[in-house]
Design a protein around this ligand. Structure first.
Ligand SMILES: C[S@@+](CC[C@H](N)C(=O)[O-])C[C@H]1O[C@@H](n2cnc3c(N)ncnc32)[C@H](O)[C@@H]1O
Length: 196
């Protein structure tokens, strides 16, 4: 079987066209940003760790793609300019940076190989997810790779499950994919905004 993150990419690839805008809410080592950059016109990627931006910029460069670091005062300037924009900020502030978008990914938890204390948290993840759903265009999808195997991840997974189960079925279709016989293992949540 594939890893959950690969299923996450499959669900995004299915709806992405090369004129779309995509968002990586947790840039990390840049694997997801690179994936989005290959399928979208414009990509915004967030992380609170400078090292994540540096690693992602390097990964993109090695793949022959350019990325620019983006600050709040430059947002209007790049709004209609194709490219990959790396943002050193909390995804809880994503609304200040983002236009409407078609595809988004939250690959939660901590950066492999770095401090486990710097991890996504239920409170800020939910703030970002709510804003992201407002900005998602109809027919667009947000995928979350959730890691309940550590304490902050367990609390975050409970908060996410509770939140998505309460989303109105007329507005959103929500699917989850998990290992039925491994309860602590990572799982996937896919949210699609219904097209009317
Ligand atoms: C599991 S890693 C992401 C993996 C990554 N997408 C990749 O392809 O390598 C989670 C990342 O989320 C970042 N993070 C944690 N809290 C955050 C927040 N509030 N806003 C933005 N990024 C955050 C961490 O710094 C970490 O790099």
């Amino acid at each position: 079987m594939k890893m959950m993150v690969n299923y996450a990419h499959d669900f995004l690839k299915e709806i992405m066209r090369n004129q779309d805008i995509a968002v990586d809410f947790t840039m990390g080592n840049g694997h997801d940003t690179l994936f989005l950059a290959k399928h979208a016109k414009q990509v915004y990627a967030f992380d609170i760790q400078r090292t994540a931006l540096e690693k992602t910029a390097k990964r993109l460069e090695e793949a022959g793609l350019n990325a620019a670091f983006l600050t709040l005062d430059q947002v209007a300037e790049v709004r209609h300019r194709p490219g990959v924009y790396l943002i050193e900020d909390d995804h809880a502030f994503c609304r200040q940076y983002l236009p409407y978008f078609k595809a988004g990914i939250f690959n939660l938890g901590y950066l492999p190989g770095q401090k486990h204390e710097i991890t996504t948290l239920a409170k800020t993840t939910l703030i970002a997810l709510k804003d992201a759903l407002d900005l998602l265009i109809p027919g667009g999808r947000i995928v979350l790779v959730v890691y309940p195997g550590h304490e902050a991840g367990r609390l975050e997974s409970q908060a996410i499950d509770c939140f998505v189960q309460a989303l109105d079925g007329h507005d959103y279709q929500v699917m989850s994919l998990s290992m039925a016989n491994k309860h602590q293992s990572p799982y996937l949540v896919v949210i699609e905004k219904v097209q009317r």
